[in-house]
Design a protein around this ligand. Structure first.
Ligand code: ATP
Ligand code: MG
Length: 318
């Protein structure tokens, strides 16, 4: 269906290949969590998780045409997660379903005493490889994004080749590594940084990748080789640099329910503005706004599923 041998028409604004899983979130657990006791939560939420899927969902909510590839296991949780993308109008026609292997990944978040435990079973996200990727389909977008580089264990070696082909096909490229659980920051990263148009780390990631102590120094190093770098700085907002120009954009003033997926929601706003031709500072300001919106409900997508809140919060923005 429309994978497009033609190089002229673009079916999608953004194509994404990445992980999908549900977040199971428990709120209000006791601060101390002794073993072998029944600990009671005050609230529970099951919502779409994973950086790549949250971005796909929120980009579509912002009106972008999104094509999404992932590898799903033979389990009901993966289907529920995928349904969230379908509801939002994300194209999932190239999603691969694998029977008999590991199930789709899942994340359990335990909020207790102002802190949280985050427990992830990676499942199919460690298994997705180049055979799951339809390159013609990815190339039928104007822009390609990759999140969670270090969770894509099997896909990672193929990524520099995939990025090169998509770049040759005329797409612009963006990357958000998220954390490296092994804290090595190696593999395909260096090659990919030489290929992307936009890099979207948070402050900690930018510092670890460059070996610098603060976001200002780190962004200077990254911007020497990447056209646009936007560093997410939590409640300090964001720092963006293009060439020699640098802007600091303060965060929106909100009272967050949780900040799960705020970084992915920032990416969604940033990329949406970028694809509408806005300058980098405007993209980061809109990213701050969509990130702040995300903090007003549980998880990374619930604010984008609440039409009233969505409309009201974004109505004063571009
Ligand atoms: N307390 C807050 N108030 C307002 N905005 C916030 C707050 N926390 C985060 N944000 C917004 O969310 C954006 C992304 O947050 P953060 O720096 O935590 O990204 P991240 O670590 O990549 O997040 P993620 O955990 O989703 O990967 C910030 O740049 C900011 O715009
Ligand atoms: Mg992040």
């Amino acid at each position: 269906m429309g994978s497009g041998k033609s190089t002229v028409t673009k079916s999608f604004d953004v194509t994404i290949a990445g992980e999908i899983n549900l977040d199971l979130i428990l709120y209000g657990l006791p601060e101390a969590m002794p073993l072998e006791r029944e600990l009671l939560a005050s609230a529970f939420r099951m919502t779409l998780g994973s950086s790549s899927a949250i971005l796909a969902h929120n980009l579509a909510a912002l009106g972008m045409r999104v094509g999404f590839i992932t590898r799903l296991g033979d389990d009901p949780l993966g289907e529920i997660a995928l349904e969230r993308l379908v509801e939002r109008g994300v194209d999932v026609t190239r999603v691969k379903r694998v029977h008999g292997g590991p199930s789709t990944g899942v994340t359990i978040l335990l909020h207790h005493g102002g802190k949280r435990h985050i427990l992830t079973y990676p499942g199919t996200m460690f298994e997705m490889d180049a055979n799951d990727i339809d390159l013609d389909y990815l190339a039928s977008g104007r822009h390609f994004h990759l999140s969670s580089l270090f969770l894509h264990k099997a896909l990672q070696p193929a990524l520099p080749g995939i990025f090169r082909k998509l770049k040759a096909a005329g797409l612009t490229l963006s990357l958000d590594t998220n954390d490296d659980p092994d804290d090595r920051w190696d593999g395909a990263l260096d090659e990919l940084l030489g290929l992307v148009d936009i890099f979207l780390p948070n402050e900690d990631e930018a510092c670890r990748i460059t070996g610098k102590a603060d976001a200002e120094t780190a962004i200077g190093v990254l911007a020497a080789r990447i056209p646009i770098v936007a560093v997410k700085c939590g409640k300090q907002g964001s720092l963006v640099q293009a060439g020699q120009e640098r802007w600091r954009l303060p965060a929106e003033s909100v009272a967050p329910v949780d900040t799960i997926g705020a970084g992915d929601s920032f990416n969604a706003g940033f990329l949406c503005a970028y694809l509408k031709g806005k300058p980098p500072a405007d993209c980061a300001a809109f990213g701050n706004r969509t990130a702040a919106l995300s903090t007003l409900r549980s998880g990374g997508t619930e604010s984008f599923r609440d039409p009233e809140l969505f409309r009201e919060f974004l109505s004063s923005a571009e």
